[in-house]
Design a protein around this ligand. Sequence first.
Ligand SMILES: C[C@](O)(CO)[C@H](O)COP(=O)(O)OP(=O)(O)OC[C@H]1O[C@@H](n2ccc(N)nc2=O)[C@H](O)[C@@H]1O
Ligand SMILES: Nc1ncnc2c1ncn2[C@@H]1O[C@H](COP(=O)(O)OP(=O)(O)OP(=O)(O)O)[C@@H](O)[C@H]1O
Length: 289
Amino acid sequence: MKLLVKAPAKINLSLDVLHKRPDGYHEVEMIMTTIDLSDRVELTLLNQDAIHILSHNRYVPDDQRNLAYQAAQLLKDRFQIKQGVVISIEKTIPVAAGLAGGSSDAAATLRGLNKLWNLGLTLDELAVLGAEIGSDVSFCVYGGTALAKGRGEIITELPAPPTCWVILAKPFIGVSTSDVYRRLDVNGIKHPSIHGMIEAIKCNDYQRVCQNVGNVLEDVTLSLHPEVAQIKEQMKRFGADAVLMSGSGPTVFGIVHHDSRMHRIYNGLRGFCDQVFAVRLLGDRHPLE
Ligand SMILES: C[C@](O)(CO)[C@H](O)COP(=O)(O)OP(=O)(O)OC[C@H]1O[C@@H](n2ccc(N)nc2=O)[C@H](O)[C@@H]1O
Ligand SMILES: Nc1ncnc2c1ncn2[C@@H]1O[C@H](COP(=O)(O)OP(=O)(O)OP(=O)(O)O)[C@@H](O)[C@H]1O
């Protein structure tokens, strides 16, 4: 039996850090939304008790370091599944980019195996399991748009943001999320208005969404990699209505309303960056597979 599951990337429209917790993680408040840039995760059940990862991308681990492998292992252990699975990952989402590619592959694996193994789990139950794999996995189980609190795993659904184009530009560098959090000075943070972003989304107010974007991890990554600041400047110069780094970076996204502006920014950045995409937001949550 086989199932193909889409695993979309996320961007953080807003990312605030409240404080560092005793367990080493940071208490966050984030507005996350899925975008139409997806990996394809194909799950094929096996009779022997094994998990195999297939991927043509040399940056994607093919063993237990892969978050999709960890998702399958977690379900096997928790529900005493003796069957195995081949997880074939066709990567489109850039790796180590701040777009939650690995987390989304893990979430897709949870949703897909829930169906193939007839586990009957709800999205809420899958999101709780996902939190054991990584902080972004719970959001990726649901998709859509949400406020994420705690270390990222406490999810409250929000309506879809106003329709817009998102141009993504990833420079030729990868960033370590733990390194960025470690370097953050939690006492020197200028907090974005999460409330302002929630209201903007609820009112479907495009200008207000653009005014309220903010990411407290941005300055850390910008200080390590000046090329990220250069990409931000270029996006602004080419006419983006809002420009922000996603997650811990290094991917920068720009938001625009009009097709012509989207083309100008896309063409302006191609060649200058490693990877550039122009995509729409995905409005809705994933259905249960
Ligand atoms: C930057 C974001 O991607 C924004 O959505 C997330 O906050 C990070 O999510 P993630 O990559 O799934 O994070 P995890 O795999 O759980 O953690 C990676 C590392 O990031 C740091 N980390 C992560 C989340 C959090 N709330 N506080 C942290 O300090 C920890 O050092 C942790 O060891
Ligand atoms: N399925 C996967 N796809 C890509 N990378 C994976 C996967 N599983 C594990 N990894 C490892 O995780 C690291 C981070 O990759 P990923 O693309 O998930 O980062 P990210 O987009 O910055 O994540 P986040 O936004 O959640 O912090 C990679 O360097 C890779 O070694």
